[in-house]
Design a protein around this ligand. Structure first.
Ligand code: ADP
Length: 611
């Protein structure tokens, strides 16, 4: 098992060797053709110059030629191909031995033999990409056969001279073979890396293209797995996504695993602390399990059950946050993954993260668009309803349909007043929202008397309570003022109490203030209709209502809770809700206790006395 993010730059020696042997076969054939040709030319000159050596020269040339041709042909035979280097060495050593033997027999000058052998060695080292060991064996063979023949070779010079010449040629040929091999390997490595790079880039571009084409499609994530399995040539590919609410990973798509494994995976949830593997995940880093039997990141029996023999895990991340894991792997194959596997897996995980992010943004935009349309419809409805009532009653008053002495006159005026108030609140909420959105809402910290706050609020919301609903205000904070922004705190509480009264037709609405550990807590508890668990988070979103149909029973535009949440955040606090449908809801605000500085207290006192 290993954790790795760096691309692997190793290029396998076996691949290089396979390619080298293929080149060697061709070059060896060419070298042997050149050898046979020039040996032939040499033999003709030999026979012409020394007719008495004719038969012997032809026999030796025949042996050399047949050896060269048979050797070159053997390298092409399918069964002998992998022995091409050994065959070439045997042929080369045989030829050099023949050359030494012939010259010893005809007592040719040692200088000539050394020159011929030197030429052959350099021909081989330049043409054959067989590496320095093969060249060294051939050079040793040549020098050895020359050494054996030397006593029979006359020389006009010191005997050491031709020997030195041959040794120099042999040494040069070995070094030449060494450097040429190194150069060739470097070139092979560079080409292999460039090819791999180009293939990976093309593969990832194709995957990116496909994913953006399928962005709106339901099968997007399955396509990720299909493309991953195809690009990597692995047996299966699975994508797990992180569910923040449950703090666990769940499989969302898989291709290639047996159906029973897919069914089982679909049922399982992997909490982050359930597997060491999930805790080891780091953004941008791969986790490789080369052999499930040899790792501790996931229990071996779980891996076997999931038909996994080896696997590669790449986190799918949004910024620094891991939102999923892409896993690719095999059912039976074990062993390390190649750099290509690793780079592709990381690249696909990255493309998946982008696709998921784009999909989320599109969904958000579509949602915002839908909400805006709903808002326009709701706003028109909410504005028109009280306006219609106000206009209807004022028309009746203008037409003097009411007798000023009659109680219905007062009723009409009360209705006009309450609907005007409703309109005012609606417009105020919309303006508050606009201010918050524009970032103009600044906090002015002042001492707030909770008792006075409750009394003011009680007066303002009294008209909203339905008959049969008891409103209870409990202040356990006492008379010590709380440091907060009085207007914002009042807006928040008014929204919560207004909602509680709106959605409660019988029972109690209780507003409670208390000091807790380091915070001032306000609780608004009602016995109203309650909120279903799946809507508890949504109701804080802008323009969100549990029932947003135009035929709904309760008024409102879905801004109150959003404004409340934004204001509580501005005050440095938190807002939360618990609720049971049909039983009631509890909204809780925790505001950190603030201590007012001397200067702040003085400024506030000065303002109060100036009022
Ligand atoms: P509005 O009340 O104007 O519709 P809010 O943002 O204040 O908008 O509330 C959003 C939604 O949350 C409401 O439409 C309602 O569905 C739900 N809600 C808020 N408070 C309560 C509550 N006390 N009881 C039941 N549902 C509530």
């Amino acid at each position: 098992m290993s954790i790795n993010s760096a691309p692997d730059t190793r290029v396998s020696r076996p691949a290089y060797w396979t390619e080298t042997v293929a080149v060697l076969r061709q070059r060896f054939t060419v070298a042997m053709a050149i050898f046979v040709f020039f040996m032939g030319v040499g033999t003709i000159f030999e026979v012409t110059s020394f007719p008495e050596r004719k038969h012997f020269a032809l026999v030796v040339y025949g042996i050399e030629g047949v050896t060269a041709i048979l050797g070159a042909a053997a390298c092409w035979l399918p069964r002998l191909r992998r022995w091409s280097v050994s065959i070439a060495v045997i042929v080369a050593v045989t030829i050099t031995a023949c050359i030494s033997a012939y010259h010893a027999c005809v007592a040719a000058p040692a200088e000539r033999v050394a020159t011929v052998l030197g030429c052959v060695l350099n021909l081989l080292s330049v043409l054959l990409p067989w590496g320095w060991p093969a060249q060294m064996l051939t050079a040793l063979g040549a020098v050895g056969s020359f050494g054996v023949a030397l006593p029979h070779l006359p020389t006009s010079d010191a005997i050491a001279i031709p020997m030195t010449v041959l040794l120099a040629a042999a040494t040069t040929s070995v070094f030449g073979a060494f450097f040429l091999d190194r150069y060739r390997f470097e070139a092979f490595r560079r080409t292999a890396l460039q090819t791999e790079e180009a293939e990976i880039a093309a593969g990832l571009a194709h995957i990116g293209e496909t994913l953006s084409r399928l962005l709106g499609e339901a099968n997007l994530l399955e396509e990720v797995n299909r493309l991953a399995a195809e690009a990597l040539g692995c047996d299966w590919s699975t994508l797990f996504l992180f569910d923040e609410r449950r703090n666990a990973y769940r499989m969302c798509s898989n291709v290639g695993s047996p159906p029973q494994v897919q069914n089982e995976l679909a049922e399982i949830e992997f909490p982050t602390d359930s597997l060491p593997l999930l805790q080891a995940l780091k953004v941008g880093e791969l986790i490789e399990i080369a052999d499930v039997a040899d790792q501790t990141l996931v229990p071996v029996d779980v891996m076997r059950r999931m038909a996994v023999s080896s696997a590669l895990y790449a986190p799918v991340a949004r910024g620094t946050q891991i939102i999923g894991v892409l896993c690719n792997g095999f059912v039976e194959r074990v062993g390390p993954f190649s750099s290509r596997h690793r780079r592709l897996t990381l690249g696909i995980a990255h493309a998946t993260a982008i696709a998921l992010e784009n999909r989320r943004l599109i969904a958000d935009l579509q949602g915002a668009n839908r909400l805006k349309s709903e808002f326009v419809a709701t706003m028109s409805h909410e504005l028109r309803t009280p306006l219609n009532v106000i206009m209807g009653y004022t028309e009746m008053l203008v037409d003097q349909e009411f007798d000023p002495q009659d109680p219905s006159w007062g009723d009409a005026l009360t209705k006009i007043q309450s609907h005007s108030l409703e309109l005012l609140e609606l417009v105020s909420a919309t303006l508050d929202m606009g201010r918050l959105e524009a970032g103009y809402a600044s906090v002015s910290w002042t001492p707030v008397d909770v008792h006075r706050l409750f009394t003011d609020l009680g007066r303002e919301v009294a008209a909203l309570a339905r008959p049969g609903v008891e409103v209870a205000w409990r202040n356990d904070v006492g008379s010590v003022p709380v440091v907060s922004d009085a207007t914002k705190l009042k807006t928040v509480l008014k929204n919560l109490v207004g909602n509680a009264l709106k959605f409660t037709s019988a029972g109690t609405v209780e507003i409670h203030a208390e000091r807790t550990d380091g915070a001032v807590r306000f609780t608004v508890r009602d016995t109203g209709i309650g909120i279903a668990p799946e809507n508890l988070e949504l109701i804080f979103e802008m323009f969100r209502q549990v029932d947003s149909s135009l035929t709904r029973q309760y008024g409102g535009v879905g801004l109150g809770l959003h404004i409340a949440q934004r204001l509580v955040e501005l005050l440095g606090g938190t807002i939360s809700v618990t609720s049971t449908p049909g039983v009631g809801s509890v909204f809780t605000i925790d505001l950190p206790i603030r201590v007012m500085t001397e200067a702040g207290r003085n400024a506030h006192a000065a303002m109060r006395s100036a009022q």
